[in-house]
Write a protein that binds this ligand. Structure first.
Ligand code: NDP
Length: 362
């Protein structure tokens, strides 16, 4: 029997009030069951929205973990090692020590151990895994995939063409900067301004070191004269800005759309400011800007093969040193770790201006 602990909730609400650390045991696996030991699971903004009950993909509430009332395990992304497996899992080509990540959202990854079946996981084969850390494997399937697909699936950018994005220091934004650079694209990157100007400059320089061509604050984006500046950056407007990636919404997103070339594409994937996206009709009618939404969960469900290929491409770049990790705040979780410490870290994620993304490391 494996002694497991999991961050669980029985009703939706703010994480500090609904989350609790639940201990249970997992019986030895038979048939199509395997026992997983988690290695690394990030805290993504969507995980928080899911606990609040405002995320479209819901977790599974179950009494399988030995509680009288159904509970769900939080967390959607992560990588785990197979520590025991039933006969059917063996004959499906899995072995002890293999690394797997979750096939889709809703599995519950904020836990030390879990019981799973083959249709809930995707195996990282040995070539994918070589030279890759658990944190890299545990964070590759959502943010980098999202950036990768948004840059390639809505329009075909030619080397030397531009895209613009807000939330540029987010996990997705940093991935977009690096992928864009690798593919010969130019980028204008918008971050929120900081009261601490030294910190703001450092952040700008960090993003430039990743491959960002231009980094400006949302205040700079909304200031007078930005159009002329954008013209200067893009060789008198000859370089076209043909794609926008929108993580934030609100006024800064509208301002970003105004810099796009005619017939460009504007893809919304996040809603960090909690403000609506407001678009002047002229942008649709006269400028022919195409507005889209992207959700990586839906894309991955429809394109499972492409998802593995995308992940494998990013891991290749990582292995070659061409794709750097987003800054992480590693949260050590072992059998002794108190629930309060873990829950405090989840709560921190709700605040902005953070130095790194929280990731549970087991
Ligand atoms: P991170 O946790 O890495 O970064 C959060 C980002 O949001 C930072 O850039 C932060 O900027 C910014 N931010 C925080 N609070 C606010 C605010 N009130 N107003 C404006 N910006 C804010 O995020 P991820 O990269 O993991 O995710 C970013 C967004 O993308 C989330 O909304 C997430 O749900 C979404 N997402 C969507 C996917 C999809 O398929 N549609 C897939 C992956 C992510 P600062 O440093 O200034 O606080």
């Amino acid at each position: 029997y494996e002694q497991a602990k999991a961050l669980t909730f029985s009703e939706y609400g703010e994480p500090p009030s609904v989350l609790s650390l639940h201990g249970h045991s997992i019986s030895p696996p038979h048939g199509d069951k395997m026992t997983l030991r988690f290695l690394a699971s990030p805290i993504n903004p969507a995980d928080i929205n899911q606990i609040q009950g405002v995320y479209p993909s819901k977790p599974t509430f179950t009494t399988d973990l030995g509680t009288p009332n159904p509970i769900a395990v939080a967390g959607n992304e992560g990588v785990a090692e197979i520590i025991a497996l039933g006969d059917k899992v063996k004959s499906a080509g899995y072995k002890k020590g293999d690394w797997v990540f979750m096939k889709g959202p809703g599995f519950g990854t904020w836990r030390t151990h879990a019981s799973a079946t083959t249709n809930q996981v995707v195996k990282l084969d040995d070539t994918m895994r070589e030279g890759i850390t658990a944190i890299q494997a545990g964070t590759v399937s959502i943010n980098p995939c999202t950036a990768y697909r948004m840059i390639t699936d809505f329009t075909t950018l030619q080397p030397g063409e531009w895209f613009i994005q807000n939330g540029a220091n987010s996990g997705v934004g940093r991935a977009a900067i690096q992928l864009g650079k690798k593919w010969g694209l130019k980028s204008i990157n918008v971050i929120r301004s900081r009261d601490d100007k030294a910190a703001e400059d450092k952040l700008k320089n960090d993003l430039k070191a990743l491959g960002a061509d231009i980094v400006i604050t949302d205040a700079e984006l909304q200031a007078q004269g930005i159009r002329d500046q954008a013209k200067e950056w893009t060789n008198g407007g000859r370089g076209k800005i043909r794609l926008a990636l929108n993580c934030v919404n609100g006024k800064a997103a509208t301002a970003m759309a105004k810099l796009l070339s005619s017939s460009a594409h504007f893809v919304t994937y996040g809603a960090m400011s909690k403000q609506p996206l407001t678009i002047p009709a002229s942008m649709l009618i006269f400028k022919d800007i195409h507005f889209h939404g992207f959700w990586v969960s839906r894309w991955a469900e429809k394109n499972p093969e492409d998802k593995i290929k995308t992940v494998s491409d990013v891991l290749d770049m990582t292995r070659k040193g061409e794709f750097k990790d987003t800054p992480f705040d590693q949260i050590k979780w072992d059998y002794e770790t108190k629930g309060d410490e873990l829950i405090a870290k989840v709560k921190d994620t709700l605040e902005g201006y953070r130095e790194g993304k929280g990731v549970f490391v087991f």
